[in-house]
Design a protein around this ligand. Structure first.
Ligand SMILES: [Zn+2]
Length: 224
């Protein structure tokens, strides 16, 4: 895929963020790996104003190669992740409300739904608080997600990062993490109101579900 096609795809994927209620105003961004660098949303531009041409190309040190605008303030984080996780081809960052509410508690989202076992292979892990702008967030994302089954992490007091082989796969994980974060939040409220516990899935069941989802489920085409 050439840069023009990738710019068009990345623009289209960005429009899915407000459509799925994952972002507010200019927050949130998606990047795609390109040869020797990455393509990412420009900083401080609303989703309505974005165009394919406005996407900014940088190298893996987050230095602009192509584009008139400044790249997202999260570019150093994306670059760090691409440098350290060679299989990652796309990254999504949001402050989607339910997942970020869990992040504010500083705890993982417990694996209490088959959909979580399927998509995340267990609880959605919560990384420690890290300051914005430098390599700290990237280091925390890589520390937690390297070798982990989950393509998503919530970062304490901040929000969500998801990774995938493609930007579309990372976007799917970002949509799914918000969906399960909402359902588990509702389950916790309901359980508290009824004086019962939310039921955590047994590790063996999680393994079976995750294996089925990643090996048997679907059309056996390449994952998005
Ligand atoms: Zn953020």
């Amino acid at each position: 895929m050439n840069h023009a096609e990738l710019r068009a795809e990345l623009h289209a994927l960005h429009l899915e963020l407000p459509k799925n209620s994952l972002v507010t105003w200019t927050s949130g961004n998606i990047s795609a790996r390109v040869d020797g660098g990455l393509l990412i949303k420009p900083s401080g531009v609303t989703f309505a104003e974005l165009t394919p041409e406005s996407m900014v190309a940088t190298d893996l040190d987050a230095q602009v190669i192509e584009g008139d605008l400044s790249p997202s303030s999260d570019t150093a984080t994306h670059a760090y992740i691409y440098r350290h996780l060679p299989d990652v081809g796309g990254i999504v960052h949001t402050h989607s409300p339910y997942a970020t509410a869990w992040a504010a508690t500083g705890h993982a989202i417990p694996c209490v739904l088959t959909a979580m076992a399927d998509e995340f292979g267990g609880p959605v892990p919560c990384g420690s608080f890290a300051p914005i702008g430098g390599a700290d967030i990237g280091q925390e994302v890589v520390r937690v997600l390297k070798g982990h089954r989950s393509p998503a992490i919530i970062l304490q007091s901040h929000g969500v990062f998801t990774i995938g082989k493609t930007p579309l796969a990372a976007l799917k994980a970002a949509v799914m993490v918000e969906d399960v974060a909402r359902t588990v939040f509702l389950a916790c409220q309901l359980a508290a109101a009824r004086g019962v516990e939310v039921q955590t899935l047994a590790p063996a069941d999680i393994d079976r579900l995750h294996h089925r989802y990643t090996h048997v489920y679907g059309q056996h085409q390449e994952t998005p």
